[in-house]
Ligand binder design. Structure first.
Ligand SMILES: *Cc1c(COP(=O)(O)O)cnc(C)c1O
Length: 384
């Protein structure tokens, strides 16, 4: 059996080696390292793939979130509602811009932001909601867009983990994750579903005026050379990363399919067990969606409900099976973000999930033999 890895970027590279190497060689020869033609082409190709009017490439996913908030003109003291159960980048940029983060609980089945909790958290100071499409599946965007409209709020989608996923609206229509809110942000960190060979990110919007603003914000607030109209940042996708992403983008759907196939094999082996809750695709009533691509399984995350999660992590590592705990601490309990405003009784789900979640190896190169070894090891331990 091949050595099991949490993410196998080397194996994936084998399939795109020639394109990647020749594109990088061309960049070396032309020295177009910054804002070269590769960046522009990638931007156009990603716009077409996502069906969105504007893609603004930038340096990483954290910047993408920050730039989105700057472009919307959010002001210090404005409240921004986001999920308590996510990677810290989301709340970090809210705090950095001196906005007020308002963390709310998530749903136990999708792990995504809880709509009732969002509604309860809205005050006259609320200016935006940041749903995080956690682990590759969209938050309930029907309800979020409706709440946003009722209360005149911006919606900034944190799409770092769900690029390529479809959101299925209540009426059955579909749209790509990240293109539904006023603005979307994504990351091309190497281990993300569309990963570069270094850092990268992008912002999406269908709003022409906002796109214009964002293009200035990423470039020192410049709309005309050496005229700085707003305070901006320096955040660029470099040409080498754009070339890598151009080689991978045509394969993104195939990559997502392979992840879904792995997820399906995991679920078939692990479902119906008393101490394990397998992940759900909430919109299509199947355990693992294989028809509408509403989940792209950035992570395959189980809940271990008999208190053996930490012991399982140790047991898997002793058997050379890597795994991850995303995330072990709710954001409202992180030292940087603790606040008297929060009440433990408002976070029952996140407080439970952090004790139960475990993410198994998930990437495009997993094979049946590896999945069988992993699931057998998990089952023998959890039920043993
Ligand atoms: C990865 C990630 C980010 C940040 O992306 P970087 O490119 O690492 O800055 C933001 N939000 C979520 C949910 C992420 O998973």
């Amino acid at each position: 059996m091949k050595k099991i890895q949490m993410v196998d970027l080397g194996g994936q590279y084998e399939g795109i080696k020639e394109q990647v190497n020749s594109a990088i060689a061309t960049i070396m020869e032309t020295s177009a390292f910054i804002n070269g033609p590769e960046v522009k082409s990638f931007q156009t190709e990603l716009e077409a793939y996502l069906g969105v009017k504007h893609v603004i490439p930038c340096a990483n996913g954290t910047d993408a979130l920050q730039i989105a908030m700057m472009g919307l003109g959010l002001q210090p003291g404005d409240e921004v509602i986001t999920a308590d159960f996510t990677f810290a980048a989301t709340v970090e940029v809210i705090a950095l811009l001196q906005l007020t983060p308002v963390l709310v609980d998530v749903e136990p089945d999708s792990f995504n932001i809880d709509i009732e909790a969002v509604e309860k958290a809205i005050t006259p100071k609320t200016k935006a909601i940041v749903p995080v499409h956690l682990f590759g599946q969209c938050a309930n965007m029907d309800a979020i867009m409706q709440l946003a409209e009722q209360h005149n709020l911006y919606v900034i989608e944190d799409n770092a983990q769900a690029i390529g996923a479809d959101y299925v609206f209540d009426d059955g229509s579909k749209q790509k994750a990240g293109t539904i809110g006023h603005v979307g942000a994504t990351s091309f960190f190497p281990s993300k579903n569309l990963g570069a060979y270094g850092d990268g990110g992008a912002i999406f919007t269908n709003d022409d005026e906002l796109a214009h603003t964002l293009r200035g914000v990423v470039n020192h607030g410049m709309y005309e050379r050496y005229h700085h109209d707003v305070v901006g940042v320096n955040s660029r996708l470099d040409s080498i990363q754009a070339a890598v992403l151009r080689a991978k983008l045509p394969k993104l759907d195939e990559y997502c399919n392979r992840r879904r196939q792995a997820a399906k094999s995991y679920t078939n082996a692990l479902k119906g067990q008393p101490n394990i809750i397998t992940p759900k695709t909430v919109k299509c009533e199947k355990e693992v969606c294989d028809t509408c691509s509403c989940h792209v399984f950035h992570q395959y995350t189980l809940r271990i409900t008999n208190g053996k999660r930490d012991a399982l992590v140790k047991h898997l590592s002793e058997n050379d099976i890597p795994c991850g705990v995303y995330y072990p601490i709710p954001l409202h309990k992180q030292k940087a973000y603790v606040d008297d405003r929060y009440n433990e009784a408002d976070f029952p789900v996140t407080n439970q999930l952090v004790k139960e979640v475990i993410s198994l190896p998930m990437h495009t190169e997993l094979d049946d033999e590896q999945i069988e070894f992993i699931t057998k090891t998990v089952l023998a331990f959890v039920n043993g």
